[in-house]
Every structure is written in structure tokens, then in C-alpha cells.
Design a protein around this ligand. Structure first.
Ligand code: IPM
Ligand code: MN
Length: 350
């Protein structure tokens, strides 16, 4: 039986990184005897242009029926003044599919030490578990006229059950890694963070083999750069996770290397690079497809339980980077290749 993959190429470099990823998945299909069936789904800016809606009903229906979703990138300055932004599609997909657990690993490969702008980051290997369907992204918001003039507000709010389920995902991941969990909050200021901290520690009783510590988000932002090796699994809210995962991407050497998985309690997940649509380089075949290719590896692991296939993609990407580089991670001693060439070499290395 074929695995049904919904494919959202999206905007900007999205199509290029997805095409590169499908080259690699074709090779996986042959080598590991897995059948993939792809269905194109329109969302984001492309869907605004065609239907005036970033996530048409038909697109959402296809996503709900699929076994996994691969997404390139959404958004771009072209839609800055559109009545609705392309990013809304992503927020709607996350909410409709209840994709509350966002995993964002950041690993510095030894061969990339030289290009990492952070000194002494060697050995960095962490994963951010970001809550993805709650908090300020989905809280009560509004705009009213007050004596301060036109006044806008957004609300951060978390329920115990929301905190509990994301925390369990993080503890379970930590059990499979170095058994060290860092919970990031702002409990000295925010009520929602105080509750977050309380729940994280209550749940620790169920995972006694995991050591948990807390960091305020400002301190966490500093420690990530100062001593990234101190981190194993980080669990945090939607907003803090958004910010810290961009910061963590610097530790890996390039935004072009960071994959992500967005999961719910079923095996249907969404897999996408952490980077955006990069309109400035779209269509030039120079984008780094590693993040998208590594996202496909996460898909094999979390949606299809194809662990060997996932490992073989990750090993092939690392091996390819030892010799070949796209422009963003270029080094004198390495051969510079285009996005499409990089994908073919990764496939050859599988
Ligand atoms: C991300 C992005 C999204 C987010 C945007 C595009 C809505 O920055 O996935 O990190 O803020 O969650
Ligand atoms: Mn982000």
C-alpha cells in the first residue's frame, strides 16, 4: 500500500526544495521498497492568487485525508498588502490538524564547524519542542480605541492539558536522547509561565529518569549562544519556540539545514524546513535543500516508522555536505553545487 503524501510546494523557493526532496524520496522508494503517492495541494500565496484564499476547503480536505504532508515554504513580500496573508494557511493547517507538537532539531555537523558564526559551538545537538497550537498565536486579540489611542492586544493563555501533552512529548524524546530536559518560560513575570513550570514539574514524576531544569527565556537566549552543548531537549511555548528556533538555526551553520516536524496524536504529521520562502533567491536553483530533505527523513521516522530509511537520508545529507555545498554554506575546500545537483548527490549517497 502506498503512503499518501500531500505536497504543498507553496511560494518562493518552496518548489525547488520540494523537487529536490522528491528526487531523494524516489531513491528511498527503490532502496527501501516503500511506495509513495504524491498529491499536490495549493496553499499560501499561490492559493491567494488563484482562489483569493490561502487555504481553500478542497486543500484542507486533501490534507486531512493524507498520511503525511510535505511543505516547501509559504509567504513573500508580494502578499504584504493582500487582505489575508499566506502565513494564515500554516496557522489554519496547524490548528485544523491539531499539530500541537513542533520538533525542531539543530545539530552542528563536524564538517560545518568552520562556517558556524558562533565560536565553540562544536558538538551542538539539541532539539526544540515548541508548542504549536496555543499561546499568543491563537489567543484573544483585538483593537480598540482607548485613551492611549488605537490600542491592540494579543493574549498568551495556556491550559494545563495543553501544557501537559506537549511536555509529555518532550519527556519522551528526552528519554530517547540524553535524558535532559530544559523548560523555557518567563515565570518571573507571566502567570501562564508559572502554570507552565508547575505542570512540567508535576509530569516529571512519570519520567523519573529525565532531569528537568528551568530557564527564563532571556537567559535561555543567552545560554544557547554561550554554551549550546548544555542543551539536549528544550520544551517551550509557541512564541518562545518560534524565536529560539531561529536562534538555534545559527548554531547549525545555516537556516538552510534545519528541518521540522509538526505532530499530533496520530501518525499524520506535517514536515517542512524551518526557513521561509526566500523570494530573493527563488528560481535560481541555489537554495539549500537540506532542510527540506531532512524534513522528509523526519516524515519517514514519525509518520511511517521507517527508521532505517530516515537514518539513511540523514547520513547521506551529512556525507554530501562533507564535499559538496550550496552557496549558503560554501567553503573554499568544498565544491559549490546548485540545489538540484545537491539533491542528486544525496540520492547517489543513499
Ligand atoms: C515558523 C514561522 C511561522 C510561525 C510563520 C510563517 C507563521 O515563522 O514556522 O517558525 O511563526 O510559526
Ligand atoms: Mn518562525
Amino acid at each position: 500500500m502506498a503512503e499518501n503524501i500531500a505536497v504543498i510546494r507553496g511560494d518562493g523557493v518552496g518548489a525547488e526544495v520540494i523537487d529536490a526532496t522528491l528526487v531523494v524520496l524516489d531513491k528511498i522508494s527503490q532502496k527501501h521498497n516503500i511506495d509513495f503517492k504524491y498529491t499536490d495541494v495549493v496553499a499560501g500565496g499561490a492559493a491567494i492568487d488563484r482562489f483569493g484564499n490561502p487555504l481553500p476547503d478542497e486543500s484542507l480536505e486533501t490534507l486531512l485525508k493524507s498520511d503525511a504532508i510535505l511543505l516547501g515554504a509559504l509567504g513573500g513580500p508580494k502578499w504584504d498588502s493582500a487582505p489575508v496573508r499566506p502565513e494564515q494557511a500554516l496557522l489554519a493547517i496547524r490548528k485544523n490538524l491539531n499539530l500541537y507538537a513542533n520538533l525542531r532539531p539543530a545539530k552542528l555537523y563536524p564538517s560545518l564547524n568552520g562556517i558556524c558564526p558562533v565560536k565553540n559551538a562544536d558538538g551542538t545537538d539539541l532539539i526544540i519542542v515548541r508548542e504549536l497550537t496555543g499561546g499568543i498565536y491563537y489567543g484573544k486579540r483585538g483593537m480598540t480605541r482607548m485613551n492611549t489611542g488605537l490600542t491592540a492586544f494579543d493574549t498568551e493563555s495556556y491550559g494545563e492539558l495543553e501544557i501537559e501533552r506537549i511536555t509529555r512529548v518532550a519527556y519522551e524524546l528526552a528519554q530517547k536522547r540524553k535524558k535532559h530536559l530544559t523548560s523555557v518560560d518567563k515565570a518571573n513575570i507571566l502567570q501562564s509561565s508559572a502554570l507552565w513550570r508547575k505542570v512540567v514539574h508535576e509530569i516529571n514524576g512519570d519520567y523519573p529518569d529525565v532531569t528537568v531544569d528551568d530557564l527564563y527565556v532571556d537567559n535561555a537566549a543567552m545560554q544557547l549562544i554561550k554554551q549550546p552543548q548544555k542543551f539536549d531537549v528544550i520544551v517551550t511555548s509557541n512564541m518562545f519556540g518560534d524565536i529560539l528556533s531561529d536562534e538555534a538555526s545559527v548554531l547549525a551553520g545555516s537556516m538552510g539545514l534545519l528541518p521540522s516536524a509538526s505532530l499530533n496524536d496520530t501518525t499524520l504529521g506535517l514536515y517542512e524546513p524551518v526557513h521561509g520562502s526566500a523570494p530573493d533567491i527563488a528560481g535560481l536553483d541555489v537554495v539549500n535543500p537540506s532542510a527540506a530533505i531532512l524534513s522528509a527523513a523526519m516524515m519517514l521516522r514519525y509518520s511511517f516508522a521507517e527508521y532505517d530509511a530516515a537514518d539513511s537520508i540523514e547520513n547521506a545529507v551529512e556525507k554530501t555536505l562533507n564535499t559538496y555545498r550550496t552557496a549558503d554554506v560554501q567553503q573554499n575546500s568544498k565544491t559549490t553545487v546548485k540545489c538540484s545537483e545537491f539533491a542528486k548527490i544525496v540520492a547517489d549517497n543513499i
